[in-house]
Ligand binder design. Sequence first.
Ligand code: FAD
Length: 376
Amino acid sequence: MAAHSSSQSDIVVIGGGVVGGAIALGLARNGARVTILDEGDVAFRASRGNFALVWVQSKGLGMPEYAMWSRRSADQWSVLADVLQEEAGLDVAHSQPGGFMLCLSEAELEQRRQAMHRLHNQTSLADFPYEILDHAETKRRLPDIGRDVVGSVYSPLDGHVNSLKLFRALREATERRGVVYRPNCTVDRIAARDGGFLLSGAFGEIAAGKIVLAAGLGNARLAPMVGLDAPVKPSKGQIIVTEKTAPFLHNPMVTIRQTDEGGVMIGDSQEDRGFDTVVGQPILSVMAERAVKMFPRLAGLNVVRSWSALRVMSPDGFPIYDQSASHPGAFLVTCHSGVTLAANHALTLAPAILSGTLPPSLDAFSARRFHVPAHH
Ligand SMILES: Cc1cc2nc3c(=O)[nH]c(=O)nc-3n(C[C@H](O)[C@H](O)[C@H](O)COP(=O)(O)OP(=O)(O)OC[C@H]3O[C@@H](n4cnc5c(N)ncnc54)[C@H](O)[C@@H]3O)c2cc1C
């Protein structure tokens, strides 16, 4: 499909991370002419530093809709992987073998058990499968665990991908669909014009009928320009990667996974923060020490890289999806698990944005929730 000039765009997506890329792909697949404006390499890019889990089991304590939304995306992920294979010619190494949370003390396991119980009580979803496993059963399924592992939580819903390949595939697929990607285009101002929007910055101006704010941490500044609210803040995460080694870990853990290329990633996932006081410390040595207790063979591997990146965190940790009431046609999309939710963003959210209305099932994700006074 031939690329179109960006002046003809129906929709401009601000932000070319994994969230903006997935939305743009979904819009283009449904026939929209799309331009992505991306700030470029000076920006914080959560999409390039992530842990690549497609994770469900611990999500949604405090918002059952988020548990269901995460599950839906995990269910749809193989469809997205097929789309990317077909449209970009790239295998993003998606698999859903089930994931474990390993616990290193009885107290930790008990904390997990209670958290899962609370999570499932509120969702009242009988079909959210998970198991609490003791050491012996965990070892039967993961023979390489160390003796410090007292047990685990297992869910067959969890999986992972190769997130750098995902990022590349989104770029490739959107380009083949004619999406115009414009790097080094920081949007400084958004104004309403002619029933649509005029975006401007050092790059010049561009008009759009609709806009999608998918600028990660940049959304906080942009949202008020069109009557939206994105009170997102950075939350730092650190990741260690080892040298490549023969495949031994076929399931992802919430803090350890072996990539399709053989390296082992060790991270301090905070996706379940709020009830986890043990795993949240952003200190590389603590992460490494815990990882070696979980899998002693990791002690023999060299670390080849480590980095930190900033998550895009809302006040309650849940995504924000909104259409502006004062500026209809301006949409906001922001979340801290853009890999997990990529399938929903491309396959469900993008068509809804194109139709002009977000479905009632997404009402719970509006930023209005931050402004409603609590009443008991
Ligand atoms: C350490 C870590 C681990 C993670 N692990 C996981 C995981 O295991 N599973 C999972 O699902 N998710 C994970 N994530 C989150 C994931 O990486 C998502 O990318 C995240 O949800 C945010 O994506 P994003 O596209 O919104 O933001 P970003 O990747 O930050 O992209 C935003 C883009 O907007 C652009 N931008 C900003 N302001 C402007 C502007 N004014 N004009 C134009 N462009 C602008 C920037 O240039 C940037 O490219 C992790 C994140 C981190 C940091």
